[in-house]
Design a protein around this ligand. Structure first.
Ligand code: HEM
Length: 447
């Protein structure tokens, strides 16, 4: 297609119909014709945007770049399961699609809302994270309330919760709502999904993006909706924790300990919310309900979650047992670039703190809080793998499952007595060593 007709086709695309069809049947059952149309639109649009002589006005360009993110998700999901180069025609003409977690959770759209794609400051990212968290908690609570009183009609009606589980979920969500009540707010979304991309773009479109485009479960199972909401809340908290951890590292390198402590305090507060969010799932989702939708999520696994992998690398360095998992995910392989002598994770910077400084003591106290809470999350998560997965089964991301998680969940900044743990044994990656030096940056264009 020529560029002007591609632009016309994208701008005329009926977003409302896409959202309501997807919600009505579950994304896994989306009409293949519609998905393929979106996949082709993505490839055409991507090529049109990269044409050297293409001229767009600024507003149009913003809309097209936004649409590209949403269309790309369907293009990725239209590929063969496994997310690798397959033999299908679209793959051949349009390149590898990457793994499925990112499109499943619509992470790129979520990051657009958070502003992490624009290189914003840590304070600005945290502000947007808090706005988004407040919005998502309210949206989830209202969904559960509608389900509980029988007024939810559009989605998530299969395998409902038992009355006890529902009552506990509502209580826990009400507490989260309370905890976020003073945080910055986003406007309410439109009552129905807007039909055109331009309504979703920019600050004014953030609520509709979160409400209609980000949260698209694969099935109509009630608990998959909850599962996906936990994934989104975890993505957002992780982005905030990561931004503040990077901020703390920069302050530490500059010898500004008070500012570093403030960043780590704020990261720890977000980690605490993240833990409470995971507890909602652990306490209220039955094993049967989880297994009821697991197959349809395919090989989308949060081992592919870039923000979480990046966070742990910046806190602790690259753990030897994770090298293979990072190598196996094209979106995350660039993190192995941190396997070099000059990279210093937070763990290493904390070792350099002076012993006789009150400000340095504040840094250590805040880092202890953060470390403790993230460790509690990893313990809880390992418990999920034991509880919900059939014994000895592999993880959906292709790892050994619970044994993989058990291999590093205890890797921490501090030991049980509160003392800094020693520097880790440096690791190297065979895949990196085999490359010539100039090719060791494995930065992924898919991020
Ligand atoms: C019943 C629910 C869950 C189970 C049984 C489960 C199980 C697993 C397993 C087995 C892995 C290892 C990787 C693989 O898939 O092969 C994993 C990785 C991971 N999961 Fe979950 N998970 C669950 C829910 C969640 C949720 C809701 C999140 C939130 C985002 C999450 C975040 C992660 C992360 C970040 C990793 C990567 C760990 C790492 O490599 O450091 N999981 N999970």
């Amino acid at each position: 297609m020529k560029a002007p007709s591609v632009v016309r086709a994208v701008l005329d695309f009926d977003v409302a119909e896409y959202v309501s069809t997807t919600r009505a049947v579950g994304r896994h059952h989306l009409d293949p014709e519609l998905r393929n149309r979106m996949a082709e639109l993505y490839v055409d649009l991507r090529d049109a945007l990269h044409e050297s002589d293409a001229v767009f006005d600024r507003r149009e360009l913003r809309v097209l770049r936004f649409a590209e993110l949403a269309l790309q998700s369907e293009w990725k999901l239209a590929g063969p399961s496994g997310g690798e180069d397959g033999a299908d025609l679209l793959n051949t003409v349009s390149g590898p699609r990457g793994k499925r977690y990112q499109p499943y959770a619509n992470v790129r759209l979520l990051n657009q809302v958070l502003g992490t794609r624009r290189g914003s400051s840590d304070a600005s990212i945290e502000y947007r994270c808090r706005q988004t968290l407040r919005f998502l908690v309210r949206s989830w609570l209202e969904y559960e309330q509608r389900s509980s009183d029988g007024t939810e009609t559009t989605w998530g009606w299969q395998r409902p919760l038992t009355p006890d589980a529902m009552s506990e979920r509502l209580d826990r969500l009400a507490r989260l709502r309370q905890d976020t009540a003073d945080w910055p707010t986003l406007p309410r979304p439109h009552p129905v999904p807007p039909a055109r991309w331009h309504d979703y773009v920019g600050d004014a479109g953030r609520s509709d993006t979160l409400e209609y485009l980000v949260n698209l479960p694969q099935t109509q199972h009630h608990d998959e909706n909850a599962f996906l909401r936990v994934i989104h809340l975890t993505e957002v908290t992780t982005s905030g924790i990561l931004a503040r951890t990077l901020g703390a590292k920069t302050w530490l390198e500059a010898g500004r300990f008070r500012e570093a402590a403030m960043c780590l305090d704020r990261a720890a507060a977000l980690a605490s919310l993240q833990l409470d969010v995971m507890r909602v799932l652990r306490r209220t989702m039955s094993v049967e309900n989880f297994l009821g939708f697991r197959k349809e999520t395919g090989d989308a696994s949060a081992v592919q979650m870039t923000s979480s992998q990046a966070l742990h690398v910046h806190l602790l360095g690259v753990h030897p047992l994770k090298v293979e998992a990072l190598e196996g995910v094209p979106e995350n392989a660039f993190l192995l670039f941190h396997l070099n002598d000059r990279f210093r994770p937070l763990r290493s910077l904390l070792h350099d703190l002076p012993e006789d400084s009150d400000d340095a003591a504040q840094v250590l106290a805040a880092a202890r809080d953060l470390d403790e809470t993230l460790y509690a999350w990893r313990r809880l998560h390992l418990g999920l793998a034991h509880r919900y997965l059939p014994k000895d089964s592999m993880g959906s991301g292709g790892t050994s499952g619970a044994p993989y998680l058990a291999g590093f969940y205890q890797d921490r900044l501090f030991d049980h007595a509160g003392e800094l743990t020693p520097h880790p044994v440096p690791v190297t990656s065979p895949a990196l060593e085999d490359r010539p030096v100039w090719a060791r940056a494995v930065f992924s264009p898919m991020n």
